[in-house]
Design a protein around this ligand. Structure first.
Ligand code: ZN
Length: 306
């Protein structure tokens, strides 16, 4: 959605924009071409992508600063770039592992392996097996429902806890896949394995993917100058919902349960939402790149300081 990004971020009238997911530099190139003075702070977690983008953007080398980091490190990167605020931020979450999981049959349980699921196996973080040991039945059901969008979350959680209480906890991918398949009836014509949604949920919980995305949006909004804009492109319904709700929260919408006598969610009105409904790619773009079909762009604008 290169044109839509330019429309929202208006690079011609900005001094500094962060491209938090540089990739091969397509968005950054379009923004640099739209302005003669704009500077870009470019972030990517893949060194190889940075080298390729550098070559592509050689003509603009005096206006781009490159940082090998994760998009969630945006606060630290902006500080290292010598800035306290920026006028625009773009994150294109690309084809994430979430998206790949829903497209394939869930490669993660094709082979029986220990239930780990940590992106960084050297970290001290809890594994999926440890998570299944620790969480209450209610919490397990919530994780599977929220992060997996799985309607049968309660039944699956019940079975996991039953096995745990019988002294035979679920410890491998194969065991979990079988357990879920036994708990959820597979509808005829279902293309995906019944355990796909549960595996997605556990991987998100283990790697705190939602907290990381929520943190990125909160950090980004606090880094924007008055009138500055944040644009986020997602390719998965769960990620889109997180972006939507995080922006709504920053726009002053209260997320407290209705029965609460007063607001405790800490809402403040920091931004205005620019996209009531997410912007989606044109038919033309979709026909050129079928994977763009699920792309959604949401944007918000920082309010003037009060
Ligand atoms: Zn509230």
């Amino acid at each position: 959605m290169p044109d839509e990004v330019l429309e929202v971020l208006e690079p011609a009238s900005r001094r500094v924009i962060v491209d938090a997911t540089l990739g091969l530099g397509g968005h950054t190139e379009a923004m640099l071409r739209a302005s003669e003075t704009l500077e870009i702070i470019a972030i990517d977690r893949d060194r190889e992508a940075i080298e390729l983008a550098k070559a592509r953007l050689e003509a603009f080398s005096d206006r781009v600063k490159y940082f090998h980091a994760n998009f969630s490190d945006i606060r630290e990167v902006v500080r290292k770039a010598g800035r306290t605020e920026v006028d625009g931020i773009l994150a294109d979450l690309g084809i994430s592992s979430l998206q790949l999981d829903s497209e394939t049959r869930g490669f993660s349980f094709r082979f029986d392996a220990p239930l780990d699921m940590r992106m960084d196996p050297d970290s001290d973080d809890e594994t999926a097996a440890e998570l299944l040991e620790r969480l209450s039945e209610q919490d397990l059901a919530n994780v599977i429902y929220r992060f997996g969008e799985e309607r049968h979350s309660r039944r699956i959680a019940r079975r996991i806890v039953e096995r745990r209480e019988s002294g035979n906890p679920v410890e491998t991918t194969g065991e979990l896949a079988d357990l879920v398949a036994g708990a959820v009836r597979r509808k005829p014509g279902d293309r995906i394995h019944p355990a796909t949604r549960t595996f997605q949920a556990l991987r998100i919980a283990v790697n705190r993917e939602i907290e990381i995305l929520e943190g990125f949006i909160a950090d980004s909004i606090s880094l924007l100058s008055a009138g500055g804009r944040l644009a986020v492109i997602t390719f998965h319904s769960l990620e889109d919902r997180v972006v939507k709700q995080s922006m709504q929260k920053a726009a002053g919408r209260c997320f407290c349960p209705p029965k609460f006598p007063k607001c405790v969610c800490g809402m403040t009105e920091q931004v205005a939402i620019l996209t009531r409904k997410p912007t989606i790619p044109s038919e033309e773009e979709i026909s050129e790149n079928p994977r763009a079909r699920s792309a959604k762009l949401r944007a918000c604008q920082k309010k003037q300081a009060v």
